[in-house]
Design a protein around this ligand. Structure first.
Ligand SMILES: Cc1cc2nc3c(=O)[nH]c(=O)nc-3n(C[C@H](O)[C@H](O)[C@H](O)COP(=O)(O)OP(=O)(O)OC[C@H]3O[C@@H](n4cnc5c(N)ncnc54)[C@H](O)[C@@H]3O)c2cc1C
Length: 551
């Protein structure tokens, strides 16, 4: 266990009264008093505003008192020590990697310090061990690019710009899940900075309890500063997007259920079904993402999908980098995700799509946004996934307790006018409730909630099952006895923390930054919905962001 030698309880020696500073300003002043002074950013600087604007969703862009950008594990250790060794003064802080979570307070904070890990973004391949060491601030597209010359890849995000840090500690569903389990199951070692500032390595032999807990347990134990991820040979993939008319829904849903039940027969095949309405085209279409993780076209596993007449498709042989440039959703809008998991029953899927169609009509009647989109995204969650997890030593998602194939639905809504926040957030939450009630009524309910898609109104850890919640609590107490990562930053994430006390709602600073962001957006956000040279399918779907490098 190492502690950064520069760590001293600076805050306790700063004279708050004499400086006339508020407590969160004092926290920033304490960081400023360390060797990291040039890495502490304030609202007046361009770098601060760049960091805030780089969150995926505009509605999560809060205004922290300051942002600190570590460049190394030792920097993180110094930051955490400084913020926690504060005597009477508590420093509220948040931890951010890619900033792709869609609810405010998950990876940022209104009043306090945001630890922005985006400068820690390297990928290093270790051929002898067959692992890639990846820092949390990397984006998946950069990871794939860095590994490509070595002929290897890793199971990671399916949208290139998605962040590494949060993805890997929430599970991580990838094109390879049916072959190798969730991304987190493929982690050989986590390097972690604990609340004390100590640096530990968690793996099968060193801190094995922390190692397991981090596979799904998210931000409950410390700041992960490096992930050693097992690599795979990088074969060319066959994949792309296929767009269909909405009238093919019944055939699509039947194919989805059969695909999910048969995935163990061909784990190279991956399918994501997206029912999408976009205000740009006024069309309500279906887009299937079909990906095969070896260079074989039209594998029989896809037959039910590929035999449905389509409008347009981009199917081709391509690298993972190329495919993850296509499956991108535009950053720079307001977003809400809500998600549920169900028995693999076509009736639940039909209900979800009927409600999706109703929600589009409800939105049309009230919407003020110029641009808005509503997606219902269906993904297989078969027991095969959990079997891989168990074989690889286990995680805390708790999926192995379900002896049946599951299917997951993500409701993903985007819009551009803050006056529609209540409308779309309300629709996202009510559709989830209605599908959940229906699923219960036909015995198709499942309590698992995928943390990486969960809204702040949901409680994904509860869905891991009692045994796992107890395990997470025990490990958190052992490695973070003062509960820094659960209690200290109360403005943050009830849904990803073990709730040890009532958590306050995020600060209202949310709308301040949002209003600002709307009028003064990054060049990317100010672009019209369709970005540069989208593939054919994007033009058909009108979905913003199936273009390169946004996010
Ligand atoms: C467009 C889009 C595409 C997506 N595609 C996929 C997909 O293909 N598969 C999938 O499974 N999910 C996907 N997701 C969901 C994604 O996994 C989550 O949004 C995930 O949190 C992204 O990681 P991040 O680094 O951006 O997290 P952030 O938003 O930065 O953080 C998420 C949480 O993790 C904590 N955290 C972040 N970094 C660290 C760290 N280093 N140490 C400790 N805690 C940390 C934060 O405090 C926060 O609570 C997608 C999301 C979007 C918006």
């Amino acid at each position: 266990m190492k502690v950064s030698s520069a760590a001293v309880p600076v805050l306790s020696i700063l004279p708050e009264a004499s400086l006339g500073l508020g407590s969160t300003q004092l926290c920033c002043a304490a960081l400023q008093a360390t060797s990291l002074r040039n890495q502490v950013l304030y609202p007046t600087s361009a770098a601060y505003n760049e960091s805030v604007a780089s969150y995926f969703a505009v509605n999560v862009q809060l205004d922290p008192t300051c942002i600190v950008q570590p460049h190394s594990t030792e920097d993180v250790s110094l930051i955490v020590s400084t913020l926690t060794q504060t005597g009477e003064t508590q420093c509220p802080f948040a931890v951010r990697s890619g900033g792709h979570t869609t609810w405010p307070g998950a990876a940022d904070i209104g009043q306090g310090v945001t630890i922005d890990l985006s400068m820690m973004n390297s990928t290093t391949y270790h051929k002898d061990k067959g692992v890639a060491s990846i820092q949390p601030g990397a984006r998946w597209q950069a990871v794939y690019k860095a590994l490509d010359p070595y002929g290897v890849t890793v199971p990671g995000g399916r949208g290139g710009p998605v962040g590494v840090g949060g993805f890997l500690i929430g599970g991580g569903n990838t094109f390879y899940t049916a072959r190798v389990g969730f991304a987190c199951d493929n982690i050989e070692n986590f390097e972690v900075v604990l609340a004390s500032g100590s640096i530990v390595n968690a793996n099968r032999t060193s801190h094995p309890d922390l190692y397991k807990a981090l596979k799904g347990g998210s931000i409950n134990f410390g700041v992960v500063t490096k992930y050693d991820l097992k690599t795979l040979p990088h074969d060319m993939l066959w994949g792309g997007l296929v767009v269909y008319d909405n009238s093919t829904t019944a055939r699509q849903l039947s194919a989805a259920v059969n695909f999910t039940n048969n995935i163990h027969n061909d784990p190279y095949a991956s399918w994501i079904g997206m029912w999408e309405y976009s205000s740009t085209t006024g069309q309500n279409i279906i887009a299937d993402a079909l990906e095969y993780t070896k260079p074989v076209a039209f594998a029989p596993a896809f037959h039910e999908f590929t035999s449905i007449p389509n409008t347009t498709d981009t199917m081709r042989f391509a690298t993972i980098y190329n495919l993850t440039q296509e499956l991108v959703q535009a950053a720079g809008y307001r977003d809400v995700f809500t998600t549920g998991t169900y028995k693999n029953d076509v009736k639940v899927l039909r209900k979800a799509i009927d409600l999706h169609n109703n929600n589009i009509e409800k939105a049309k009647a009230h919407v003020k946004s110029d641009y808005w989109a509503m997606d219902t995204i269906i993904q297989p969650w078969p027991k095969l996934f959990a079997q891989h997890s168990v074989e690889k030593g286990g995680n805390v998602l708790g999926l192995e307790r379900f002896d049946e194939n599951l299917i997951q639905i993500l409701f993903d809504y985007s819009w551009d006018d803050a006056r529609d926040d209540d409308l779309f957030i309300g629709l996202g939450q009510s559709i989830l409730e209605e599908v959940g009630e229906y699923a219960k009524s036909i015995g198709a309910h499942n309590e698992y909630i995928y943390l990486n898609y969960a809204d702040k109104s949901q409680n994904p850890l509860k869905g891991y099952g009692e045994e796992n919640v107890e395990f997470i609590s025990r490990v958190a107490k052992q490695y973070d006895p003062d509960g820094v990562f659960q209690c200290l930053f109360k403005f943050a994430a009830q849904s990803t923390r073990i709730a040890v006390e009532p958590i306050m709602k995020p600060a209202r600073a949310v709308s301040t930054r949002s209003e600002l962001a709307r009028s003064n957006r990054s060049p990317l956000g100010a672009l019209p919905p369709i970005l540069s040279t989208p593939p054919a399918v994007s033009r058909a779907s009108g979905r913003p962001g199936f273009g390169p490098d946004d996010g």
